[in-house]
Design a protein around this ligand. Structure first.
Ligand code: ZN
Length: 205
């Protein structure tokens, strides 16, 4: 069987959602942004509508290029924190499901960063949480510190930057505050709806 590879200029027919009908299409190379606006794929081979110029399809051979661009869009979140914060995060993961590993840190942090960034949880409470955290977990000189290092999507990294800006705190302090909130919600209050939700995340993670 011969694999058919498409090239620029190839003609085809497809449904255009803009024109709402079947149209003639042409393959072209174009820089295409991801639908979430975080990153682009350069010179991607796409099928465009001859009438309105909208991208109507992507040939299968473009998939590796999309995947690579997505992978590059992965960013890392880093913070040097007193070891107790990582204990809290890991113990919360363990309370959600005994089988959760440190991989679950990422899910907890991404979920909270998303909720605070979208306003589902009030970002204003983060400053107060930070004061609470620093009072509860005193940071003496020479206390053991550990590195929290998470590979996250560009969107999650963006949420952290946005929250740091909005609350006028450092990114490390936003992380402290969120871990302190996770302690209150998951370890102390064990909020039933949240626990169910997190349990579900640990099944699909
Ligand atoms: Zn069209």
């Amino acid at each position: 069987m011969k694999t058919r590879l498409f090239q620029e200029g190839d003609k085809s027919r497809a449904i255009c959602h803009q024109c709402k009908k079947i149209v003639e299409t042409t393959l072209v190379r174009r820089t295409v942004p991801f639908s979430d606006g975080l990153g682009v794929v350069k010179d991607l081979l796409v099928d465009v509508c001859d009438v309105c110029d909208a991208v109507v399809a992507t040939p299968a051979q473009s998939t590796p290029a999309i995947r690579d661009a997505r992978r590059k869009a992965v960013e890392s979140i880093e913070a040097q924190l007193p070891a107790i914060y990582l204990d809290v995060l890991d113990y919360a993961a363990y309370q959600v499901d005994l089988n959760n590993t440190t991989e679950f840190r990422k899910i907890l942090m991404a979920l909270y960063l998303h909720r605070y960034a979208t306003g589902e949880y009030p970002a204003a409470e983060l400053r107060e949480a930070c004061l609470g955290a620093r009072k509860t977990y005193k940071e003496q000189r020479g206390a053991a510190r550990r590195r929290l290092s998470l590979k996250v999507t560009a969107r999650t990294a963006q949420n952290l930057k946005q929250l740091a800006r909005d609350t006028d705190m450092s990114q490390s302090d936003v992380i402290r505050s969120i871990i302190y909130r996770i302690q209150a919600d998951v370890l102390d209050a064990r909020k039933p709806a949240l626990m169910r939700e997190l349990k579900l995340f640990s099944l699909i993670a």
